[in-house]
Design a binder for this molecule. Structure first.
Ligand code: ATP
Ligand code: MG
Length: 565
């Protein structure tokens, strides 16, 4: 899908128009501006694909800029993870790796300019007083008693703020705009705060920090960004950004807003994701249940699947929730094309082929990927004692259950027809512990010469040859489609799914997977797509994550309660 012509959307129309009008000399430069206060999530992937994608399509450039203006929450590990994730998605910022914190001096200079123009002042109101003075949507604000300080006094106080002469929070620098402006953000917004925080890059050099509203637009301007693309909540900030750039008379990027991506059954907010990590609801930012890029990667998602998803959802101007099923479909489609098929039994049930010679082992030929003949075939060992999936046998089968049952014949994939002749139970618990079956030697390869048919084909592994593995199955992280929909006053995490992780420790997988590389992906036939866990798997103890299930018609029948029709 990514090879097609890019889809038309309102952002491209704006850029086309700017190019037609010769704006910025026809140049297109975008940026992806993460704050390094968490790992990137699928919403960021949308922004990355958009910004890097537009630059590529228009022969322009896309910068990576860390919007690191908050000393309290930012860390170098987040910077590193962000870079890794963007690279993994397949995008390259070349030498354009920038940091808003590198512009602190220049931003300070711009602030001094504003003061000199009479457009900013040092204010001694406390944070509470400022918000009290701001007024409301229906009531105008009140002007600060410090609003009319002279330029000289403001310059002196601002310099002393920087020098560390005043206590944290005791003074701010504010833009002098309009305290009765209908847009509350225009009522003399704060540009600088005093805050003795240790910054992960600038250390203790600064004790005043620019607000996001002050740093963001000016940083875009410094980098010569032509189209500053951001999410909808910044639409109301645009008049302020425009005002600041116009007062300073510097390069003026055009801001364009698009809808934030929300995905069903999960949350996309770094603050919330951090809380899940800190409180131990997940094992880390890269827990395979997390909507983070690193979580999706560990789960087995491919960059192609994520990029295709971002293409498919397109650009909207209204917020809405995209179904997680769409993301899952994207990875299913991609892995269907490229993942080798193997056999694995998650919940083993022992099968003894009573008429199969004790010491015989056969090497049966299996197809690696029916979608791609170039992927060839492999040999799978077959012997007298096998494992099949516990779910593939029912002692009293309902009407639409066609798999193994007493007296019934089914096919073992690539092998033989077998018939169940006896069910062995634990005398104490009554639990089925093994099945005795006969096999028909004439059906080798999976077809009966007499044309006899069976209604089911089961996967299996040879007990003596199989490797042990742990397999982790996942459900959605939240039970509700809109994860945030909680009862009034309830914790936002009330919809966390207690069954989001199921660990199966006694799985048996075919021996060809013995040396599977961490991060490698395959399809377990009939069970879904799986990925070797990049953290916990080792040659001694293989660990697989289920990336996504296959479409499972039986599960649908069962869900609909139609199995006995
Ligand atoms: P969060 O609320 O998750 O912390 P954020 O917007 O504060 O997100 P930033 O690091 O500031 O996180 O985001 C970097 C870029 O990614 C911004 O341009 C932002 O617009 C974009 N972005 C963040 N979340 C989404 C989303 N859900 N959908 C689309 N773009 C997003
Ligand atoms: Mg942000």
């Amino acid at each position: 899908m990514s090879t097609q012509e890019p889809k038309k959307n309102f952002i491209r129309e704006i850029i086309d128009e700017d190019i037609r009008n010769g704006k910025n000399g026809g140049r297109v430069q975008t940026r992806f501006p993460p704050e390094p206060n968490g790992f990137l999530h699928i919403g960021h992937a949308k922004s990355i694909c958009l910004n890097f994608g537009l630059a590529a399509d228009y022969g322009g450039l896309c910068n990576l800029r860390f919007d690191d203006t908050n000393p309290e929450t930012e860390e170098i590990i987040y910077v590193e993870s962000i870079k890794q994730d963007i690279r993994w998605l397949g995008f390259d910022w070349e030498d354009r790796e920038f940091y808003a914190s590198d512009y602190f001096e220049q931003l300070y200079g711009y602030a001094v300019d504003l003061i000199k123009k009479g457009k900013a002042y040092v204010c001694d109101l406390s944070a509470e007083e400022i918000s009290d003075y701001r007024g409301t949507l229906t009531a105008p604000g009140r002007v600060s008693p410090y609003r009319n300080r002279s330029v000289e006094e403001n310059l002196d106080l601002f310099q002393r703020m920087r020098n560390g002469e005043f206590a944290d929070g005791s003074r701010t620098l504010r833009a002098k705009i309009d305290m009765s402006h209908p847009n509350l953000l225009m009522r003399d917004p704060v540009l600088y705060r005093i805050r003795r925080g240790h910054h992960y890059r600038t250390g203790d050099k600064w004790c005043i920090y620019p607000t996001y509203d002050w740093a963001h637009g000016q940083s875009d301007s410094i980098e010569g960004i032509t189209h500053s693309i951001c999410t909808l909540e910044f639409e109301v900030h645009r008049p302020l950004y425009d005002w600041l750039l116009d007062q300073l008379g510097i390069h003026h990027p055009r801001q364009i807003e698009f809808a934030r991506l929300s995905v069903s059954h999960t949350v996309l907010s770094k603050r919330k994701l951090l809380e899940l990590v800190r409180e131990g609801h997940v094992s880390g930012w890269d827990d395979p249940r997390m909507p983070t890029i690193s979580g999706l990667r560990r789960r087995g998602y491919t960059p192609e699947a994520i990029k295709n998803f971002c293409d498919l959802i397109g650009m909207a101007k209204a917020n809405s929730i995209v179904d997680l099923a769409l993301l899952e479909d994207c990875v299913r489609e991609d892995l269907n094309r490229r993942a080798p098929r193997v056999m694995a039994v998650l919940r083993p049930l022992k099968v003894v082929l009573v008429n199969y010679p004790e010491d015989q082992v056969e090497e049966l030929e299996a197809i690696n990927n029916p979608e791609d003949p170039n992927m060839g075939t492999r040999k799978v060992p077959f012997s007298r004692i096998l494992y099949i999936e516990r779910d593939d046998f029912m002692e009293v089968p309902p009407k639409k259950f066609f798999r193994l049952a007493p007296g019934r014949e089914v096919r073992l994939r690539y092998a033989y027809f077998i018939t169940c002749v006896d069910v062995i139970k634990d005398p104490k618990t009554g639990k089925i512990i093994e099945l005795h079956c006969t096999y028909d030697p004439a059906t080798r390869g999976g077809d009966a010469p007499d044309g006899r048919r069976v209604k089911a084909t089961l996967h299996w592994v040879s007990a003596a040859h199989a490797c042990d593995a742990e397999v982790r199955l996942y459900e959605t992280l939240f039970t509700k489609r809109d994860a945030g929909e909680v009862e009034e006053g309830a914790d936002w995490k009330s919809n966390l799914n207690p069954k989001s992780l199921e660990v199966l420790k006694e799985c048996k997988i075919e021996p060809s997977l013995k040396a599977a590389e961490p991060g490698s992906r395959c399809q377990f036939e009939r069970l879904g797509y799986f990925c070797v866990d990049s953290k916990d798997s080792s040659p001694e103890k293989l660990v697989f994550n289920r990336t996504v299930t296959l479409h499972d018609p039986w599960a649908n029948i069962k869900k609909a309660g139609k199995e006995n029709e």
